[in-house]
Design a protein around this ligand. Sequence first.
Ligand SMILES: NC(=O)c1ccc[n+]([C@@H]2O[C@H](COP(=O)([O-])OP(=O)(O)OC[C@H]3O[C@@H](n4cnc5c(N)ncnc54)[C@H](O)[C@@H]3O)[C@@H](O)[C@H]2O)c1
Length: 248
Amino acid sequence: MKIALLGYGKMGKEIEALAIAKGHEVVLKINEHNLNDLTLENLRKADVAIEFSTPHTVVSNIRMCFEAGLPVVVGTTAWYEHFDMLKKECEEKGQSLFYATNFSIGVNLFFHFSKQLAKMMKHYTAYEVSVDEVHHTHKLDAPSGTAITTAEGILSEYPAKSSWVNQIVTTEHPAADTTANSAELLIRSYRTDEVPGTHTVYYESEVDTIEFRHTAHSRKGFAAGALAAAEWLPGKKGIFTMNDMLSF
Ligand SMILES: NC(=O)c1ccc[n+]([C@@H]2O[C@H](COP(=O)([O-])OP(=O)(O)OC[C@H]3O[C@@H](n4cnc5c(N)ncnc54)[C@H](O)[C@@H]3O)[C@@H](O)[C@H]2O)c1
């Protein structure tokens, strides 16, 4: 398979290594220094694009892939306010887009079980639920897309919370913010060193704490999921995400 990498930073390089090891060919690599190479002609040399760039560049890159008729797998986060518009454009133009806030299989299991846990915990009102995410200091967005997906899963099963609110914290898991509206699910974002991504759901009561955590040890899990999506997507039309590819 011929792959165009739109975004050739930490994730783009991880995906390239895995793609080559699996016998794929990377025919285009775009970063901020060679944007002149990002043309319809070059995009059309690929079978699929994998987009891990920045929240500011992802929307125009997706549109270029639609224009080139190239299926696109999108890992970049923090563009979802444009989602409805791009979904409409994708469907009208008969194109294909696969997106995920997190491509790791383990995180998608974590999403699934966190929803099951919320379904059980909604009966135990002594517990306050919250979500913590820890990432490296280069991460541009907060809260992480993964934390948002986790929070949305909890909200769908937990009637006591109706929306989420984000707090940037300077120590890991500080005491709960007593000013937070109790109908809001608190997401704490902490940035430190080179952490690839740790997400924890807390249920805390006066007498104990239940923690449910996913810890990424490297970026390899994200890269493997994105590549699996790129192998799965060509030939399909419309909008897809991990639930369409995985059977849970
Ligand atoms: N969905 C997931 O599983 C997942 C996992 C990890 C990271 N991410 C997200 O992926 C994105 C990229 O992460 P990263 O760690 O590789 O970041 P990074 O900063 O290491 O890389 C970003 C790259 O985009 C390039 N770029 C800038 N402008 C561009 C343009 N117009 N077109 C193409 N490329 C351009 C930069 O030069 C850089 O090479 C972030 O939004 C991050 O949150 C998602």
